[in-house]
Design a protein around this ligand. Structure first.
Ligand SMILES: *Cc1c(COP(=O)(O)O)cnc(C)c1O
Length: 424
C-alpha cells in the first residue's frame, strides 16, 4: 500500500499543528505509523490522499449514520449555504430541527443548540448546578464526556474518589468537585451519596458507554441511578452524544425507557456538521438564559447550514424500519465476525445496536473500564495494520468502537470478513 502522499501531508501538518493533528486520536499514536489523510468519502467508503480505498467503520467517530456524502444531506447543505451561512439571529431552520427532534423524542420538551458535544455537556453541567444550587458532580470511570475541565478526571484508588486530573492545565480545585466511581457498581454510588449528602448536583453517565471500549450497562443499574438521583433531588444526565439517534431515534433513554433530567446530544444530530444540543423538561430548561439566570451562548449556535444538515439526516432516520434494518444487519455482521473469533479465540465482538467493539479478551461480557486488559491492545495494533492493508478502516485505537451506517452493504461485510479471516 502506497502512503507517500499521506506521509508528505503529515510531515507538513506537523509544522502547523501539535502532533500534526487537530484532535489527538487521529495521530495514530496508539497503533503506530502515519495517519491516513482522507481525500473523499461516499457511502461506506473513503479514499485517502494516495487514492487507496477503504471500507470505513470509523464514520467520523459516529456522526455519519447514513455514511459519507449522503445525497440529501449534501443537497441541503448546498442549497442552504447559497442563502448565507450564519446571521447571529434566529432562523426557521432551528425551529424545524427542534420540532423534528422534540416531536419524535418523548423524553425531552425543550432544547438548546450548541456547536459540539463538549459544549453540550459543559452547558448541561452548569445548568444542573444552577438548578440545584449544588457544586459536586458524579461521573463514572470509563465514560468520556468531552474535554471540559471538570470532566477530564480519572478515578483514584478508592471505591469513591475525587478524580485525579487526566490532563495538565486542570486546577486541582476544579477536580475536587468531581466524584468518580466505577461503572456497574450501585454500592459505590450509594456510598458517594452518603458521603456527600445534599452536595451532588448531577450524576452524568453515557448510558451506553462507548468511548473506552463498549461497556454495556444493565437496565437495572441505569434504573437504580434514576431512583437514587430522584431520592436525592439530584439531576440525572444521560450523555447521549454517541447513543442519541443511534439506538433508535430516542436513543438510550428510549431503549431503556428511563427518563433522565437532561440529555446531551452531538455527533448524529448535525448530519456531519458541528452541532450539539442539550435538552430536558421545560421546567429545568427555563433556568437557561435569557429565561433563567444560567448563562450560555454561542455565535454559530443553530446556524442554518448545520441545522439543514441535521434535518436532512434525522428525517431519513425517521423512515419506518430505519433502525430495525441498521441493527439487524449489524447483528448479522457481528455474528459472522464472532464465528471467526470462535475459531481463533483471540478476540470477541460486543455490540449494541449499530455500535460494535472488537475486544481481545476471553470474558463473556465487559462492564467496567478495569476489566479491559491494557496489554491486549498490542493485538489490536497488529490487527489494525493487517486490516488497513486490505482496505478496512477502523478508528486507530483499540479502545474505540466501530459504527455501521445505513450505507454499509452486504458486499462491504463480505470483504471485511474475508480480510479478518486472512488477518488471523
Ligand atoms: C464525542 C463525545 C463527546 C464530545 O463531543 P465533541 O463533539 O467531540 O466535543 C461527549 N460525550 C460523548 C459521550 C461523546 O461520545
Amino acid at each position: 500500500m502506497i502512503k507517500k502522499r499521506s506521509e508528505e501531508l503529515f510531515s507538513k501538518a506537523k509544522s502547523f499543528f501539535p502532533g500534526g493533528v487537530n484532535s489527538p486520536v487521529r495521530a495514530f499514536r496508539s497503533v503506530g505509523g502515519t495517519p491516513l489523510f482522507i481525500r473523499r468519502g461516499k457511502g461506506a467508503h473513503i479514499w485517502d490522499a494516495d487514492d487507496n480505498e477503504y471500507i470505513d467503520y470509523c464514520c467520523s467517530w459516529g456522526p455519519l449514520i447514513l455514511g459519507h456524502a449522503n445525497d440529501k444531506v449534501v443537497e441541503a447543505i448546498k442549497s442552504t449555504a447559497e442563502n448565507g451561512s450564519t446571521f447571529g439571529a434566529p432562523t426557521e431552520l432551528e425551529n424545524q430541527l427542534a420540532e423534528l427532534v422534540i416531536s419524535n423524542h418523548p423524553y425531552i420538551e425543550k432544547m438548546r443548540f450548541v456547536s459540539s458535544g463538549t459544549e453540550a455537556v459543559m452547558s448541561a453541567i452548569r445548568l444542573a448546578r444552577g438548578y440545584t444550587g449544588r457544586n459536586k458532580i458524579l461521573k463514572f470511570e470509563g465514560c468520556y464526556h468531552g474535554h471540559t475541565d471538570s470532566l477530564l478526571v480519572k478515578a483514584g484508588s478508592g471505591l469513591v474518589t475525587f478524580g485525579n486530573t487526566s490532563s495538565a492545565g486542570v486546577p486541582e480545585s476544579f477536580v475536587a468537585e468531581t466524584i468518580v466511581v466505577p461503572l456497574n457498581n450501585p454500592d459505590a454510588v450509594e456510598q458517594a451519596f452518603l458521603q456527600f449528602k445534599n452536595q451532588i448536583a448531577c450524576v452524568i453517565i453515557e448510558p451506553v458507554p462507548a468511548n473506552n471500549g463498549l461497556l454495556m450497562q444493565t437496565n437495572e443499574f441505569l434504573g437504580f441511578l434514576r431512583e437514587i438521583c430522584s431520592q436525592n433531588k439530584c439531576l440525572l444526565i444521560f450523555d447521549e452524544v454517541i447513543s442519541g439517534f443511534r439506538l433508535g431515534f430516542s436513543g438510550a433513554a428510549g431503549y431503556f425507557d428511563i427518563q433522565p433530567d437532561l440529555i446531551t446530544f452531538g455527533k448524529i444530530i448535525g448530519g456531519g456538521l458541528p452541532v450539539g444540543a442539550y435538552a430536558g423538561s421545560s421546567e429545568i430548561m427555563s433556568f437557561i438564559s435569557p429565561e433563567g439566570n444560567v448563562y450560555q451562548a454561542g455565535t454559530l449556535s443553530g446556524n442554518p447550514v448545520a441545522m439543514a444538515a441535521g434535518i436532512a439526516q434525522l428525517s431519513q432516520c425517521l423512515r419506518p424500519n430505519f433502525y430495525h434494518e441498521l441493527e439487524s444487519k449489524t447483528y448479522t455482521f457481528v455474528n459472522r465476525l464472532n464465528s471467526i473469533s470462535n475459531k481463533n479465540r483471540l478476540f470477541r465482538v460486543f455490540s449494541f445496536g449499530s455500535i460494535f467493539w472488537i475486544a481481545f479478551t476471553d470474558r463473556e461480557i465487559i462492564r467496567t473500564a478495569e476489566e479491559i486488559n491494557p496489554a491486549s491492545m498490542s493485538f489490536f495494533r497488529d490487527m489494525y495494520h493487517k486490516l488497513l492493508e486490505q482496505g478496512i478502516y477502523f478508528g486507530p485505537s483499540g479502545y474505540e468502537v466501530g459504527f455501521v451506517s445505513a450505507a454499509h452493504s452486504l458486499s462491504d461485510f463480505d470483504c471485511t470478513l474475508s480480510a479478518f479471516d486472512k488477518s488471523f
